[in-house]
Design a protein around this ligand. Structure first.
Ligand SMILES: *[C@@H]1O[C@H](CO)[C@@H](O)[C@H](O)[C@H]1NC(C)=O
Ligand SMILES: *[C@@H]1O[C@H](CO)[C@@H](O)[C@H](O)[C@H]1NC(C)=O
Ligand SMILES: *[C@@H]1O[C@H](CO)[C@@H](O)[C@H](O)[C@H]1NC(C)=O
Ligand SMILES: *[C@@H]1O[C@H](CO)[C@@H](O)[C@H](O)[C@H]1NC(C)=O
Ligand SMILES: *[C@@H]1O[C@H](CO)[C@@H](O)[C@H](O)[C@H]1NC(C)=O
Ligand SMILES: *[C@@H]1O[C@H](CO)[C@@H](O)[C@H](O)[C@H]1NC(C)=O
Ligand SMILES: *[C@@H]1O[C@H](CO)[C@@H](O)[C@H](O)[C@H]1NC(C)=O
Ligand SMILES: *[C@@H]1O[C@H](CO)[C@@H](O)[C@H](O)[C@H]1NC(C)=O
Ligand SMILES: *[C@@H]1O[C@H](CO)[C@@H](O)[C@H](O)[C@H]1NC(C)=O
Length: 466
């Protein structure tokens, strides 16, 4: 294929800069955190955060977050008054997701009673570097790879969630367990304690979990340190140790077998949403689609692959982790185009849009510009969709991972204003024989010699160079 030299060139460029960028990125993250913490303090100085000033003062000069035991880590991080601790587990493959969770949900709402738990030393040292508490709970072999859902590996790691929660309960703490592919719309603590609290006999419960299409979700739940909930987690621990059943099924199984003694609250679905509810049922795909005013927590599940989850967050502006200057680069140049035409039916339209995408990615490679994706036709639906409806992003990213951006990229406030304001040239490109605007004539003619005639011929969109 004629594009191969460009693919190889880009690959080399990306790789030569990769290691260096990683170092810079951690340093940036530190600076970012501190600047943001400062901003938060000034804005929210008088806001109603239930923690008294004295407790705050005591919590800030936290040492270096090197804990000698899990119980020390939990007791150091749990809220002194409410005894509630947020626990979030991830491995190295989930580091970007965990960092995003920290930025969007923990740091943003100044939640202090959090402990990240990981099976990876590397993971925790990166969190400690930005002064976030992290405990290496267990060691295991494949911790630097992204786990595929329900692989053996995945189940082993997810078992750690069961063990760490049980241990925290046995230490006398209440746990809010959150997966890292979750975003908070505000600090959920107050609402959860209002729904499930031992001080109110009518509301008292042992466990309050996100309700997800007929089952309780193990990815976001509150567990009170009652003897019933400890029994439940002991059952789950037994399941984890003796079977291959994942913690989601183990949780629901334990709930069923203890239903006489265990008081269960389902967190209200309108406030605590699954990915199915938030994205699919509510038709949210692009930033600004139906703002969710009653949402408190959303779990980005019901989608396969880490790549697709990340993309879905990015398109909704719920991704704040600026890895390798993903958003903030002022040097990177972009190319945006649209798919404005419907060619009579879905299949022909889809085929044309696919060819346009191939052409755009080719032009992007040649001009060293990152392609900002358009909206795509939705099969059998009247609305427009993201690339997720048409491509397996896990595969797509293997070739194009660094050469595209989500559709809503230029609307994202993390992108420098100079970039967002810089769209200059817009040209309509109907077919190869059509006259081409003078300023880009040379480049595009040149392009047509690289790509097959057919691809260019079917490019039937508007292209904007910014
Ligand atoms: C972290 O602090 C503890 C005591 O607060 C100290 O014993 C330990 O050596 C420190 N570790 C590092 C890596 O600085
Ligand atoms: C973790 O695993 C690595 C390699 O598998 C090993 O070298 C290291 O000693 C282990 N650490 C602990 C605390 O078990
Ligand atoms: C739960 O925690 C409270 C407060 O720390 C403690 O008094 C109580 O004994 C604990 N309950 C259990 C069952 O561990
Ligand atoms: C491509 O653009 C990047 C900035 O995004 C720049 O660092 C790199 O040097 C450019 N490559 C070439 C070959 O111009
Ligand atoms: C879509 O339209 C094209 C050409 O207009 C036609 O060849 C094709 O059969 C149509 N497909 C369907 C599913 O209607
Ligand atoms: C970008 O555009 C907005 C409005 O279009 C304008 O207010 C702002 O000053 C511009 N900023 C820069 C850096 O060009
Ligand atoms: C290409 O565009 C030109 C100008 O718009 C038009 O005259 C010509 O018929 C088109 N050719 C094809 C093959 O569509
Ligand atoms: C692309 O255009 C440049 C400048 O016009 C020219 O030197 C080069 O040979 C062209 N490349 C190809 C493959 O046609
Ligand atoms: C370009 O597209 C038109 C109609 O879409 C078609 O008739 C023509 O044969 C195509 N040209 C080439 C070279 O593929």
């Amino acid at each position: 294929m004629v594009l191969l030299p460009f693919v190889v060139l880009l690959y080399l460029m990306v790789h030569s800069g990769y290691v260096k960028n990683r170092m810079v990125q951690v340093r940036n993250a530190v600076m970012h955190t501190e600047a943001n913490a400062e901003a938060l303090k000034t804005v929210e100085g008088s806001a109603v955060i239930s923690m008294p000033a004295e407790a705050n003062a005591e919590k800030i000069p936290k040492q270096n977050f090197t804990f000698t035991s899990y119980s020390q880590a939990v007791s150091s991080q749990a809220d002194g008054e409410s005894k509630v601790v947020f626990l979030a587990f991830a491995d190295m493959g989930g580091f970007p997701m965990a960092m995003n969770f920290y930025l969007t949900s923990i740091q943003k709402y100044d939640i202090r009673n959090v402990l990240f738990v990981s099976s990876s030393e590397e993971f925790c040292s990166r969190f400690r570097a930005i002064r976030v508490a992290c405990f290496v709970y267990m060691n295991e072999s494949a911790h630097d790879k992204t786990s595929v859902y329900l692989s053996k590996d995945f189940i082993n790691k997810m078992n750690i969630r069961t063990y760490m929660i049980l241990e925290a309960l046995q230490l006398g703490y209440h746990v809010i367990h959150s997966d890292v592919d979750v975003v908070f719309f505000r600090d959920p603590t107050e609402r959860i304690l209002d729904l499930c609290h031992f001080k109110d006999t009518k509301k008292v419960c042992d466990v309050a979990a996100l309700w997800d299409s007929g089952a309780h979700n193990a990815g976001f739940l509150f567990i009170r340190n009652s003897s019933a909930s400890i029994s439940m987690y002991k059952k789950m621990e037994h399941t984890a140790k003796t079977t291959n059943i994942d913690d989601q099924k183990a949780l629901n199984g334990a709930m069923r077998s203890l239903k006489k003694e265990l008081r269960i609250t389902s967190l209200p679905g309108a406030e605590f949403q699954s990915g199915l509810q938030f994205f699919d049922n509510s038709h949210r795909q692009f930033a600004g689609d139906h703002p969710c005013t009653n949402c408190i927590v959303m779990h980005n599940n019901w989608i396969v692959s880490m790549e697709a989850k990340v993309y879905r967050f990015k398109e909704m502006h719920m991704w704040l982790y600026d890895q390798d200057e993903y958003y903030s680069s002022t040097r990177r140049r972009y190319l945006a185009y649209q798919n404005p035409t419907y060619f009579g039916n879905d299949s022909t339209t889809l085929a044309a849009e696919r060819r346009s995408l191939i052409t755009a990615l080719a032009i992007g490679r040649i001009l060293n510009r990152t392609v900002i994706l358009p909206k795509f036709v939705c099969a059998k639906k009247a609305q427009q969709c993201t690339i997720l409806q048409h491509y397996l992003l896990r595969i797509f990213d293997q070739s194009f991972g660094s050469s595209y951006r989500e559709h809503t990229f230029l609307l994202n406030e993390l992108v420098p204003l100079t970039v967002r304001n810089s769209s200059r040239l817009t040209c309509a490109l109907r077919n190869t024989t059509e006259a081409i605007p003078s300023s880009s004539e040379k480049i595009i003619r040149n392009q047509s010699t690289y790509t097959t005639h057919k691809k260019i011929n079917t490019t039937n969109g508007k292209k904007r160079f910014s």
